[in-house]
Structure formats: C-alpha cells, structure tokens
Design a protein around this ligand. Structure first.
Ligand code: AMP
Ligand code: GLY
Length: 441
C-alpha cells in the first residue's frame, strides 16, 4: 500500500508539492492543511486545520494514519512544529526549531556564516535608530536594509541613495512597519550580480541539490516597484554557469549543512540558498528553511523520480534518489491581485486558464465565491468559481523544450485572457535571454 502524506500550507507551492507527490507511485493519498479551494479543483484533499495548531495537526495525523508530514511555510517551522511532531513520535520533513533559525533570524544566519567563512554580504546589526542612521550616513549607498526576523520577503529595502535607506530605518524603528520583526535591523553591503536560488534536499551532512532557478522579486516589469514574495520564476538558469553552481555547492551549501550539524542542530528538510553570482563568486543573500515560492512551482515539474519515495528515504536515513529533466525549462508567472503587495484587492473572480499536459495552474490566494455577483457562472472568465483572497492568486506554469517556448506558451495564453483586476509581469525569464550573446557580436 502506498503512503499517506500530510502537506502543511496553503499556497501555490503546496499545490505543486501535493501534485508532484501524487504523481509518484509510492504515494496513495495527500491531504493539504489548510490548502485552498483551487487545489480541490485538481482533486487534492484539504482539511481546515490551521498550521499554527500543532496539537490539532498531530491529532489529525494520528487518527487518520498518515505516514509523515511535509511542512511548506516557514512560520510553523520556526515555531517548532517539527520538534512537536517528533515529541509524539511522528515523522515530519522539515528542520527543527533550532535549525530553522537559518531563516528565522538573519542575525543567526549571518553569525553562522561568519563563524564558518561562508561567503555573504558584510553586515552590521543595530537595535536603535541613531546608531543605524549614523552607520548608513557614514557608509553611503547603495546599501541594503533588512528587518530581522520574518517579514515575508517584504522587510528588505535595497536603497540606491542614503535618503531611501534612512526612510527604511524610520519605517522599521518608528512606524513598526514590520511589527516585532523590526526591532533589530541588519544593514548589508550591496551585492552586484545575477540572483539565483539553489535548493537542496538535506539530511544532516548529506544533501542533494535541485536544478537552480531564478525568482523575480520586484512587483513590475524590468525589476521596478516594491519587493514582493516573488512574481515568477524559471529553471534552469542558463546564464549561471555549472562552475558557479559547483562553487556554490562547495563554498556555501556543504559548509552550511556541516556547520549546523557540527553545532548540534542538524538540518533535515529543504535548505534554500538565495545567492548572488558576484565577480568574487557566489555569495549568500538569504537562507530559507523550506521550499521557495514560486521557485518550487517551476523546479518540481522537472523531477522525474518519485518525490515521496525520495523524502521517505531521507526520513528513514536511507539514500534517496532524485533525478531531473535536463532537456526542458520550467517557467511560471504569478497572477497577482491589483494592489499587491500593499493592499491586494479581494473578491475578484479568477479567470479560467486552460491547462494541459505540459502546464499547470497552481493556486494560492483564492477562495470560493459566495454571492452570485462574484460567481457569474455564465461568464467564461469566472467559471473557476474562485475569487481572489490575497495578493498572489495563482502561478501559471509550463514545461517546454526551451525557455523561449515556455515564455511563448505562458504569455500567449495570459495575454489573450481578460485579467481585469489582476496583473502579472511580462518579462519572466528575460534575463536569461538578454544574457545570451548574439552570434554576430
Ligand atoms: P531577501 O528577503 O533577503 O531575499 O531580500 C529580498 C531581495 O532584495 C533579494 O531577493 C535581492 O533581490 C535583494 N537583496 C537582498 N540583499 C541584497 C544584497 N545584499 N545586495 C543586493 N541585493 C539584495
Ligand atoms: N522566492 C523566495 C522565497 O521563497 O522566499
């Protein structure tokens, strides 16, 4: 009999994880807690348990005979959900509270990297405005201001001038824009170069890297507008050389997992390294203790082995197998509600996007339409019966032989749709194409 797996989370990332798990022969059943009604359109089960309610999740797993849980988002990991599961003898794929600090505290991550000579932007941390402002004024711009702790990717300001940097500090210290996350600020050297994401399956000191991907953090085309949770991604990233990836594995991923194990907090789960390929080699801008979003939505469709079997092997301390397509590109574009990231407009009917064997719709911020005006079932653009419920509504993803093919497929479809009330970037993957040097040059 195949395995029964509980996936915790509610976004497009968890939709992609559940879909990929269900593709494998080793898995019979996947339930997502709490999931979203978009997943249900794909026949994925959901259960309305809040990820912060560890006791209810434990009770659900025990009473329904789940083999293990996979934790999607960072918040439950940082709150120790894996420790709580272990305490009652349940298996969970994700790091313990201690190991999840690589994501939960920038200060922890920075100190770990400093102790182990892992390349990253130089930094200083401050707990009061005056000292931070004096440092910024002395140092000058460009400079990067980060609220310590969790701010869902939105607590970072890349300031190109001192005024912007001081404004960011004021937001953090005086307006408490990021709540408790803002009580400490990390001020970082600006790193110049292309960004890429390197995720690995990790079991203590052993790890299995996935193909690299590139996210697009800014809200609008040409990297304009505010930072978001991510507006689209593609994998692999041809302009980042194999040598650079190899170097990132040897100077960043391996020493990091070894450092965590050596310091008594071995990491099990997904270690996400957010990197910049600088002239001096790859350097870390952040670690996450989980699958990236939207990177996962474009990387997992390239997996050719059984995801559940691989993770199950790790959870049993056995050698897993992960194999990937190398003849194709995965590319996904986020459809976001107008107003995202500041004030996303809710309640807009979600258009139907035609999916096929090579493409997927992974849903995130959606809920079922309640009233008939929202439903408008005769209107083909709202036949999903879903309306927007938060900023990132869905990821439309495809796998195609080339990056250009993937782009054409996604944009031909999106551009032909009525997307009133939503927006998306039109340039996902453009950096890979720009980086290709024309033959006649
Ligand atoms: P983070 O939440 O730390 O990933 O930061 C959000 C985004 O800000 C990153 O994806 C980068 O695009 C940018 N960023 C963060 N740190 C730096 C840095 N030190 N130098 C240049 N860009 C950065
Ligand atoms: N895409 C960046 C993240 O998952 O944090």
């Amino acid at each position: 009999m195949g395995m029964k797996i509980l996936v915790i989370g509610s976004g497009a990332r968890e939709h992609a994880i559940a879909t990929t798990l269900l593709k494998g022969a080793s898995v019979d059943e996947v339930t997502v807690a709490p999931g979203n009604p978009g997943m249900e359109l794909d026949g994925i089960r959901t259960t309305h348990i809040d990820p912060s309610n560890h006791a209810a999740l434990i009770e659900f797993m025990q009473s329904s005979g789940y083999d293990w849980a996979l934790i999607g988002p960072e918040v439950p990991l940082i709150h120790g959900i894996v420790d709580d599961f272990h305490e009652v003898g349940l298996k969970a794929f994700g790091p313990t509270r201690a190991a999840a600090q690589v994501e939960g505290s920038k200060e922890f991550a920075k100190q770990l990297m400093a102790r182990h000579a892992i390349p990253t932007a130089s930094y200083r941390s401050f707990t009061d405005y005056e000292a931070a402002a004096a440092y910024v004024t002395k140092h000058g711009a460009p400079i990067v201001i980060k609220a310590d702790g969790l701010a869902a990717g939105k607590g970072v300001t890349v300031a190109l001038d001192v005024q912007t940097a001081l404004g960011a500090l004021e937001n953090i210290f005086f307006e408490r824009r990021f709540g408790n996350a803002g009580l400490k600020v990390v001020i970082e050297e600006f790193l110049e170069g292309q960004e890429f994401s390197l995720m690995s399956f990790v079991n203590g000191t052993e790890f299995w890297p996935m193909p690299i991907s590139q996210d697009h953090k800014r809200a609008y085309d040409d990297d304009k507008g505010p930072n978001t949770g991510g507006m689209g991604a593609y994998s692999p990233v041809p302009q980042i050389s194999d040598d650079t990836v190899e170097q990132a594995i040897n100077t960043i991923v391996r020493p990091t997992v070894e450092a965590l194990a050596e310091e008594g907090m071995p990491f099990t789960g997904i270690l996400y390294a957010g990197l910049i390929a600088t002239d001096e080699g790859p350097k870390v801008i952040e670690f996450n203790a989980r699958f990236g979003d939207p990177e996962t939505e474009v990387v997992l469709p390239l997996l050719t082995s059984d995801l559940g079997e691989g993770i199950n092997a790790i959870l049993n301390d056995e050698q897993p197998t992960f194999t990937w397509r190398t003849d194709a590109t995965g590319l996904g574009v986020v459809l976001a509600a107008d107003g995202y990231p500041d004030k996303p407009k809710k309640g807009t009917p979600v258009p139907t996007i035609p999916a096929d064997a090579d493409s997927h719709i992974y849903y995130a911020g959606v809920k079922n339409a309640k009233n008939p005006v929202e439903k408008k079932t005769t209107d083909s653009t709202s036949s999903t019966g879903l309306v927007s419920s938060s900023g990132r509504v869905l990821v439309y993803e495809t796998v195609a032989p080339t990056l250009q093919d993937a782009q054409s497929k996604i944009y031909d479809t999106l551009n032909a749709l009525d997307t009133t009330g939503f927006f998306y970037r039109h340039d996902i993957g453009a950096k890979a194409l720009e980086a290709v040097v024309p033959d006649n040059k």
